[in-house]
Design a binder for this molecule. Structure first.
Ligand SMILES: *Cc1c(COP(=O)(O)O)cnc(C)c1O
Length: 373
């Protein structure tokens, strides 16, 4: 039957509407660019657009201090410095996390300590932190990844009781609600990215949010070198502001569509979705599954899905193979290891499609899963 022939075997592409455009061609962004041209903001070191955007971020998160900067990665480093992390300190991060976060810890001269993620998603879990906390680390990097949200309440409580600073990495989840509070409000310092693939994008850029004036002041002093050394430009700030205004609506659409896809594929036993928690409103930069199969090789699956036109990728490589000269492992990391080997990520632009497109996307995924199983 021609229909069952996979695209990798010469069959027709099941889902031919990709690649999905990002960033969107957005009239409000065009108007912002035009405004920045008209008012001369495009050529200023600092001006009304950066001011308006950081005011909007403050208001959105109900926090007093925002430092705009050049990338999410640099924002993580600034957050560590702002929290007072210095050479020789230990900083806990998940055995499965954004690669740059490990490097940021090294960049401040601190030592990464790997703790395991929980089993229902891709985030650190409070009940797996005991051994990591035993050496009195200075900080923990808490990332919300792939549509899963960390148990921030329990982890922050634990951290506060041990005098450990939480750095919240909210790069993938701007606008998420984590246990009834916005993502970005849980850390001593919290981080956003405005990179080219992110939900709020200016091609590049980032921000550190904090309620702590000393943290904000340390970041300011480190960044100020006669001029801002790691700046976000006026032009970047100008295009970000209208995206922040639209973020809640778009997040809602992506969330509903992600749920629709997860439900449409729930009967496929080899695809394990994230477990959802009441009181949370996840945000989908990626929609993640764990491939729960010994038979299907993840790389084969990705090649076959991409041939069908499905925008899917592997997750992060994780840090489970990093040597003991670069980091310390606090206990076993079975969930991080599984996530490193088995994560599948659907990229977000497709989540703004209509239901007909989502149905065909689910069909394409189903067809490949059945053929490879
Ligand atoms: C993208 C990302 C970053 C880094 O952001 P850049 O702006 O690309 O430097 C950090 N953490 C996470 C979880 C990310 O997804």
């Amino acid at each position: 039957m021609a229909e069952a022939t996979l695209a990798i075997h010469g069959g027709p592409q099941a889902f031919a509407e990709g690649p999905f455009q990002w960033p969107l061609r957005d009239d409000r962004v065009f108007a912002a660019l035009e405004a920045a041209w008209l008012d001369g903001g495009w050529g200023l070191y600092e001006g009304p657009h950066s001011q308006a955007f950081s005011d909007a971020l403050r208001k959105f998160h109900d926090l007093p201090f925002v430092s705009l900067c050049c990338s999410g990665t640099l924002a993580v480093e600034l957050a560590l410095r702002g929290a007072g992390v210095t050479a020789g300190d230990e900083v806990v991060l998940a055995g499965y996390d954004y690669p740059g976060n490990f490097r940021c810890i090294e960049a401040v001269g601190a030592v990464p300590v790997l703790a395991d993620i929980g089993s229902g998603g891709w985030c650190l879990a409070a009940d797996r932190l005991e051994s990591a906390l035993s050496h009195r680390p200075r900080a923990i990097i808490l990332s919300h990844l792939h549509g899963s949200l960390a148990d921030a309440e329990a982890i922050c409580q634990l951290a506060v009781s041990r005098g450990v600073a939480v750095i919240e990495d909210a790069c993938q989840v701007p606008g998420a609600i984590v246990q009834h509070r916005p993502a970005g409000c849980w850390g001593v310092a919290s981080v956003l990215s405005f990179g080219g693939s992110k939900l709020l994008t200016a091609g590049r850029g980032g921000a550190v949010l904090t309620a702590d004036e000393r943290v904000h002041q340390r970041i300011k002093v480190f960044s100020e070198r006669g001029n801002q050394a790691f700046p976000l430009s006026e032009l970047q700030a100008a295009v970000l502001l209208p995206q922040l205004t639209q973020l809640p609506d778009r997040n809602r659409t992506r969330r509903e569509n992600a749920q629709y896809l997860v439900d449409a594929l729930r009967d496929i036993p080899q695809l394990r979705p994230v477990s959802t928690i009441a009181g949370n409103e996840p945000v989908h930069y990626k929609l993640g599954w764990l491939l729960d199969s010994e038979r299907i090789a993840r790389e084969d699956l990705i090649v076959a899905l991409r041939a069908e036109g499905v925008p899917i990728d592997a997750g992060f490589p994780g840090f489970i193979r990093r040597g003991s000269r670069r980091c310390r492992r606090a206990g076993d990391l079975p969930n991080s290891e599984l996530a490193s080997a088995r994560t599948l990520l659907l990229h977000h632009p497709v989540l703004l499609s209509n239901r007909d497109t989502l149905d065909r996307l689910a069909q394409a995924i189903r067809k490949v899963m059945v053929a490879l199983a």
